[in-house]
Write a protein that binds this ligand. Structure first.
Ligand SMILES: [Zn+2]
Length: 376
């Protein structure tokens, strides 16, 4: 195996294993030479990736995505871009390249490691993201305000990279994406690691309000065993509850829960949906089970889908999903939402995705594909 690819795999696993950098299989990495780029396949987890988890693409063919004029209809456009990405694939195996492939291509460094670190997103999902980013990183980093993912985001990043490069005489090595994460780029892996540690160090320096102790434990309630009877679609589903000091902080009452009741990033929606069901404190009697059933029906009426996350006032959080793997992913991603919200208070408080931004993700085929892959 090529030495660079070996390093890419090693580094991908290193960041993928670290839950403070990569949540539930998110993030992606790449290596490029003059003619080819190796980028993580969609739906593959960095933590356990090997050479089959990367898709190799022709850079010349990928460049078409930059210059071509696509349909103005979002669904059509994304389908056209997807076809051009597929056309650029040179490796066998039928893997679909990461949706962020074009972005990796235009970043003018050999290695790119894109992650969604909790600490970075505490800043990226806050009201002062841009100003504190500038204060901490100045002209070292490029900050991209939230943009719908896919082609539109790619074009936005492309334009900003050109502007940055013209202004500073070198391409940016840190690209922060509001309500999303960070791209770090360099021509060597040690340089990538160095940049990441400086990012973490600088943001940590601004944290005065630290997270409560990590005391997550199972949350047991009779209602968890009753979930399957609460809606026909839940019949084969699995439910699991957890509680912690952090969870108690947000579930104390309905008002506290407003600081964690919707999505920060597109990934949050992929795993947890954009809304969570708040349920008043359980007393564990018959009547209660009926009333929770009614709340679930009400939620379904409002949003058109069943809840994946249910927060029980003062008690815990329950995730409901098709299988245990998905349930654990939902709990991991939702716990991360709580951490981000809590830490964002250091940066002017939480800034959630807007309704229009959420609707875009809900209707995006690419994310539905990732949802499917995450469950298999
Ligand atoms: Zn991402």
């Amino acid at each position: 195996m090529d030495q660079n690819l070996r390093q890419l795999i090693e580094t991908s696993r290193l960041y993928g294993k670290d839950k403070t950098f990569v949540i539930a299989g998110g993030g992606n990495t790449s290596f490029k030479d003059e003619s080819h780029i190796w980028v993580k396949a969609s739906g593959v987890a960095l933590e356990t990736i090997d050479e089959n988890g990367f898709v190799c693409l022709s850079r010349a063919k990928l460049k078409i995505v930059s210059t071509k004029t696509y349909s103005s209809d979002a669904t059509e456009r994304e389908a056209e871009v997807k076809a051009d990405l597929a056309n650029a694939i040179v490796s066998a195996g039928g893997n679909r390249p990461s949706v962020e492939t074009s972005m990796h291509e235009i970043i003018d460094y050999q290695f790119v490691v894109h992650t969604h670190p909790t600490l970075v997103n505490a800043l990226m999902c806050s009201n002062k993201a841009e100003s504190i980013c500038f204060e901490l990183f100045g002209e070292q980093a490029l900050f991209i305000p939230y943009t719908d993912p896919g082609y539109i985001l790619f074009k936005k990043v492309e334009t900003e990279i050109v502007r940055f490069t013209t202004k500073f005489g070198k391409a940016p090595q840190i690209i922060f994406l509001e309500n999303h994460g960070v791209f770090v780029a360099a021509n060597s892996i040690p340089a990538i690691n160095e940049i990441y540690s400086s990012i973490i160090q600088k943001i940590t320096g601004k944290i005065h309000e630290v997270l409560p102790t990590d005391d997550v434990k199972p949350f047991e309630a009779p209602i968890i065993d009753e979930i399957q009877h609460m809606h026909p679609e839940f019949r084969t589903f699995v439910a699991k509850g957890i509680e912690s000091s952090l969870i108690h902080h947000f579930t104390a009452d309905r008002k506290s829960f407003l600081k964690a009741d919707t999505a920060f990033t597109p990934d949050d929606i992929v795993y947890c949906k954009a809304h969570y069901l708040f349920i008043p404190a359980l007393k564990n009697d018959e009547k209660q089970i009926e009333s929770v059933g009614r709340l679930i029906d009400g939620y379904l009426c409002t949003y058109g889908y069943l809840p994946k996350v249910m927060a029980i006032e003062g008690q815990g959080v329950i995730a409901v999903e098709e299988n245990i793997k998905s349930v654990l992913n939902v709990l991991e991603v939702f716990s991360n939402i709580l951490k981000i919200s809590y830490l964002s208070e250091n940066f002017g408080g939480p800034k959630f995705m807007t309704k229009a931004q959420i609707d875009f993700i809900d209707n995006w085929e690419v994310e539905n594909y990732r949802r499917k892959m995450a469950k298999s």
